[in-house]
Structure formats: structure tokens, C-alpha cells
Design a protein around this ligand. Structure first.
Ligand SMILES: [Zn+2]
Length: 477
């Protein structure tokens, strides 16, 4: 019997956290109860911010008169709603139709942007107001209640609460906001700025170009005004970019950023695809601070929550465990091989999905007893949960011409590639894969492989596939 060792168990917890798959983070608090009743749309958030600013100004004026402590006469009815300090305790991420904004940090002079690190572009409330009021999508908002750029011009601010909590008209062009979660006392939100639409502008005008100039200006003015060199390049080799998260996720520096950004991506994808009720067809509107949507038809009023699609991803080894079954899709960058994967079907267990998908794609039969869970990973592109398994193939009985049969644990099961799904599937030896892992890899679909990578590379650290592959190559045979 082994004695329990407290130190050891703490270590194992720490090491587990350390190795949590990319796009998840155990320390991000996902409790939205403190915001879900207060904030359903961007107007709510910006109005709250406006009030905070006013309060701040008022306190500043009162201070010299030693009138501290007495807040009478100002927004008292609102005190119970001061739950989220938007001025200081919130950060905002922007997603446009073309992706998510981030800063690329290139390493000194070289042009190796693929190895550069990425930092998410988190905006403060002040920066958010500037950006939102500068984008034309907000101009189309019929509500007119997001006019925050000149906060002192509206004497009726206090009434905006009633306006917002009354019967809401669905402002189709209002940017969408959703609460992501809290990390180290900061509330994170995502704002989705929708397409500009066809409103008479040049067809070639892309929203992101406009946004980029607005963002760059806002961001530089807020942080780097003195050192800014151009409209797109920050000082210290930083470059502002807009890309789908999948394209720069590998290069994110911090795992909590990866977790926050992935959640943001999934939430925005949910809102984009659930604009209408699937029961009655009427428009839905965001509720619970962007955590759900509710049908606007009073006879229906059904709520819809983000859906998560389960998929299995499995590292299937040969019966001798010295080889792994890796395949590639035609659309992937040259040389990329990864573990097989597929969506779970109705009426199926994850283990069965693991066997079925392997057999459908490769013709290889998985030993049902060998299937074991290893790790899972959120993959909100748009709404998957990857459930990672290890499994072993059943050794194939090879019939030799002449009648005799040969069964060998060293023989590699025959592969029959389903070419409608995969371009190539092969057995790769552990030594080969281990050696090639050190060359790097990438999860990005726009990845430009070098000559060695064109021959073989595996996905980058953002992918659960790499996690499964690395665990296998780390094992001593
Ligand atoms: Zn409905």
C-alpha cells in the first residue's frame, strides 16, 4: 500500500494545470451571475460607463469642498446596480467579420512573423467608446442610445435606464456584446462589430480597413502617442492585425489569453448563427449578458443557449505501439499530418465514435477495449469540444497466396484511405515523429511551411492533436 503524500498530490495538480490544453484555462471564472441581469446589449454597458464617468467627475468637483461621503441626489436608485466597475475593471475584445484583433510582436529585424508572438488587443472602456462611436455600424443604430462620444451633451442620461429596460426595439446594427468571464479581478467582454452592409459605399471597402485605422488611432493615442511611427505599426516592432483566432492561436504568449479569446470566439459564433428562433422563426435578442438569446415573439419566448458539438480526436497506434496513424486533408498546408477526428453522431458513445471514425477514414479497426480518454479541449471554431483518446488498432490477419495465414503483432494493419475525406493516411514511427516534433509545427490554415515542414509537420501547440502526439512520443517503448 502506498502512503498518501500531500506534497506529491499538490505537484500533480499543478502539473495538470500546467499542461491543460490550449484554449482552456482553469483560472478563468465563468460565473456570469453578477452581470447577466444588468447588461444585455452594448447600450447598457456604455450607459453604465457614462454614469461612472459622470459620478467620477462629480466626485472630483465635490472633493475640494470636503463634501466626501455624501452622494445624495445622484443616481441613488442605481446603487444596487453598481456591480461591475466598467471604468477600471473591464476589458473589451473586438471581433469583426474578418476576425479578431491582436498585436503581432515581431522579433527585432527579421521577417520571421510566423515565430512572432501575438498579444490580444484588449480595449479599455474609453477606447471602446471611441471605436464604437467612430464605426459606421453604430450610426445605423435606430435606438440612438449609444451616443456616448459626447457624454456631456445629453442631459437626459438618467432616463436612459428606463429607455433600455422598456420594450426594446431590436437594433439590428447595434454591435453585439457578450460577457466572457473574469480573470484576476478583470471582467472580460467581447464586442462583435457586424458587417457594414451595403449602404452605398464602394464595394471594395472592407470594414476591417476602416476599423483598423480607427483602432490604431485609438490605441496609439491611448498608449503610444509619443512613439507611434505610422498608422499601422506600433513602436517596438508591434503590428496591428485582424485574423481568425485559429490563424494566430499558436503564437499567443499566455494561456489565459488563449482561454479568453477562444471563449470570445465561440460566443460570437453563437450569436451570429442564432439570430432567429428555430421554433417560430421570429428574431431573437441577446439575454443574460450575451450568455443566451431569447425569442422576441411573446407567444414563444424560448431561450437558446450556445450549443457544443462533441467530436472525438484519437491517436491510434499500431498493435506494437511503435507506429501512429496520422492523416492529412487536402486543404491543409503541405506536409501537415494529424490525428484522425470526427463528430459524434446521434445514438453513439464517444468510444464508438472513435472506432467508427477511424474505420471510416482509414479502414483500420480499433480494438474497443483499448480506447481510453486522455484529455479534452474546447475548439470553438465554431462550437466544438474535442475529446481526445488513445486507442490501439487490432492486428490484421494477412492471407498469403497459397493458403497459409500469418498473424504478427509487428505487422501494420492495412490502410484504406477514404479519399472523399482524407488525402493521405499513413503509419509513422515514433522515432520519426519525435524527431520532427522539434521542428515546430502550426495549426494555422494559412501556414507557409519551409522545405522540411513541407515533407512532414504536426499541428502547433494550439491543437489537442499535438498534445496527444507528444504524450505518445514522450513514452519510452
Ligand atoms: Zn420563437
Amino acid at each position: 500500500m502506498t502512503q498518501l503524500d500531500a506534497t506529491k498530490s499538490i505537484e500533480s495538480i499543478e502539473s495538470h494545470n500546467h499542461h491543460h490544453p490550449w484554449y482552456s484555462h482553469p483560472d478563468i471564472e465563468r460565473d456570469r451571475s453578477h452581470v447577466q441581469k444588468q447588461y444585455n446589449n452594448l447600450s447598457d454597458v456604455l450607459n453604465r460607463y457614462q454614469k461612472e464617468q459622470k459620478q467620477y467627475q462629480q466626485n472630483k468637483i465635490q472633493e475640494p469642498n470636503c463634501n466626501g461621503g455624501d452622494d445624495d441626489g445622484y443616481d441613488d436608485d442605481d446603487d444596487d446596480r453598481t456591480i461591475v466597475d466598467i471604468s477600471n475593471g473591464s476589458k473589451f475584445l473586438l471581433i469583426s467579420s474578418e476576425g479578431m484583433w491582436h498585436q503581432q510582436i515581431s522579433s527585432s529585424s527579421s521577417q520571421s512573423t510566423t515565430t512572432a508572438a501575438a498579444l490580444p488587443l484588449y480595449l479599455t472602456a474609453t477606447q471602446l467608446v471611441e471605436v464604437v462611436s467612430s464605426t459606421s455600424s453604430i450610426d445605423n443604430c435606430n435606438g440612438g442610445n449609444v451616443n456616448n462620444s459626447n457624454s456631456n451633451s445629453n442631459e437626459n442620461d438618467d432616463n436612459n435606464d428606463d429607455y433600455n429596460h422598456g420594450e426594446q426595439t431590436i437594433a439590428k446594427d447595434e454591435p453585439l456584446i457578450a460577457y466572457i468571464g473574469k480573470y484576476q479581478d478583470t471582467d472580460y467582454w467581447v464586442v462583435y462589430l457586424k458587417d457594414r452592409g451595403n449602404n452605398g459605399d464602394d464595394d471594395g471597402f472592407k470594414e476591417s480597413y476602416h476599423l483598423k485605422s480607427v483602432l490604431t488611432e485609438t490605441f496609439i493615442q491611448g498608449n503610444d502617442a509619443a512613439t507611434a511611427t505610422s498608422t499601422t505599426n506600433f513602436s517596438n516592432g508591434r503590428l496591428l492585425e485582424c485574423k481568425p483566432l485559429r490563424e494566430f492561436g499558436d503564437s499567443l504568449e499566455a494561456s489565459y489569453d488563449a482561454g479568453i479569446l477562444a471563449t470570445a470566439n465561440g460566443l460570437v459564433e453563437f450569436h451570429k448563427s442564432h439570430g432567429y428562433c428555430s421554433y417560430c422563426g421570429d428574431p431573437t435578442k441577446p439575454s443574460k449578458a450575451g450568455g443566451s438569446r431569447k425569442c422576441s415573439n411573446n407567444n414563444c419566448r424560448r431561450s437558446v443557449y450556445p450549443r457544443i458539438d462533441s467530436a472525438t480526436i484519437m491517436l491510434v497506434t499500431s498493435p506494437c505501439d511503435k507506429y501512429a496513424l496520422l492523416g492529412r486533408k487536402k486543404s491543409w498546408p503541405a506536409g501537415r499530418f494529424s490525428t484522425l477526428a470526427g463528430f459524434c453522431e446521434v445514438g453513439e458513445t464517444l468510444e464508438e465514435c472513435c472506432q467508427r471514425e477511424t474505420f471510416e477514414e482509414s479502414g483500420v479497426v480499433v480494438d474497443p477495449v483499448s480506447v481510453r480518454f486522455e484529455a479534452s479541449q474546447p475548439w470553438p471554431f465554431p462550437r466544438s469540444l474535442m475529446v481526445g483518446f488513445r486507442a490501439k488498432a487490432i492486428s490484421t490477419v494477412i492471407t498469403i497466396v497459397g493458403g497459409s495465414t500469418l498473424s504478427s503483432s509487428e505487422s501494420l494493419p492495412e490502410i484504406i484511405v477514404d479519399t472523399s475525406e482524407m488525402e493521405d493516411i499513413r503509419w509513422f514511427s515514433k522515432e520519426f515523429v519525435r524527431e520532427r516534433l522539434s521542428l515546430g509545427g502550426s495549426t494555422a490554415l494559412s501556414f507557409q511551411p519551409n522545405d522540411a515542414e513541407k515533407e512532414f509537420h504536426v499541428p502547433g501547440k494550439a491543437s489537442l492533436a499535438r498534445y496527444l502526439i507528444t504524450n505518445w512520443t514522450d513514452e519510452i517503448i
